[in-house]
Design a protein around this ligand. Sequence first.
Ligand SMILES: NC(=O)c1ccc[n+]([C@@H]2O[C@H](COP(=O)([O-])OP(=O)(O)OC[C@H]3O[C@@H](n4cnc5c(N)ncnc54)[C@H](OP(=O)(O)O)[C@@H]3O)[C@@H](O)[C@H]2O)c1
Length: 292
Amino acid sequence: MKTLVIGGTGTVGSEVVKGLLRHQQQVRVLTTSLSKAAALPQGVEAVIGDLNQPASLSTAFEGTDKVFMLNMHSLTEIEQAKNAIAAAKQAGIRKMVYQSIHRAHEFMEIPHVATKVLVEEAIQESGLTYTFVCPNNFYQNDFWFKDTILQHGIYPQPIGNIGLSRVDVRDIAAVAVKALISSELDGLSIPLAGPDVLNGPETAQMLSEMLQRPISYAGNDLVSWAAQSRQFLPDWLVDDWTIMYRLFQEKGLTASAEDLKTLSTVLGRAPRSYASFLEEHLSFFQPVPTLI
Ligand SMILES: NC(=O)c1ccc[n+]([C@@H]2O[C@H](COP(=O)([O-])OP(=O)(O)OC[C@H]3O[C@@H](n4cnc5c(N)ncnc54)[C@H](OP(=O)(O)O)[C@@H]3O)[C@@H](O)[C@H]2O)c1
């Protein structure tokens, strides 16, 4: 039987797709985009549909028995998730692996985190077999900051001075794939975090050492961060992320020893560190040579 991957053209979902293919699974990806459908790896079936349009979903779910779901930040995130849950029930799907957020129940003030908890509850109420994968902040977010890091020597993510146990998306995908292809993780929420607690200044320091150029932390001023971000992000998203970064600055977002023990047991190894992520992606963070 096939697995439907919702979000399979994005950061985490594309790694879930690769992982399923490595396990010889049949994979279908739901996408709103014809061009992204055409760029999927060989052997992956694409279906065009939109979680905002329930009528477009029955073809996507038909003939599949498991689904990986994440929902992009949007004002309709909860409706999109509920449309998918209803379509999954209608199609007789057996299992849903849903990407939530690390320690979501403790961060309900953040709108996109409260949404994740509501979706978790809707999945539990639906009667579907489920696993929740619950990631901390992704290392791969730093790809967005390449220009600021290289051109201005600044690490701009205002994560504060307490620290986060950030995670590599490939570890999220590894756990999601395990949940999809076996019953070992049924009914569980798996924390997804990295082994280090890194704050803003420490992150900038590691980048400086790895890239051998001075990089400093932009600081904790969320008023300036929001003003700059409003130039390229919608107001609702800037407001949401301002609450998130304020709470990161006030409380941090760290993994407990038990979280890391659970995760290492599921992965069969330690989670990837930020240093190993940077080492692997050093070439990405190098300036593009200019032709003279
Ligand atoms: N970034 C972090 O640090 C972090 C940490 C914890 C949790 N999260 C959560 O991770 C999720 C984002 O994951 P990501 O970064 O992998 O996402 P992403 O790279 O932004 O990709 C979003 C995916 O959602 C699909 N999508 C968007 N709108 C859709 C719609 N209306 N119908 C069907 N598919 C749709 C896109 O498909 P097409 O474009 O092909 O249609 C794409 O595959 C969010 O829920 C976020 O809260 C993020």
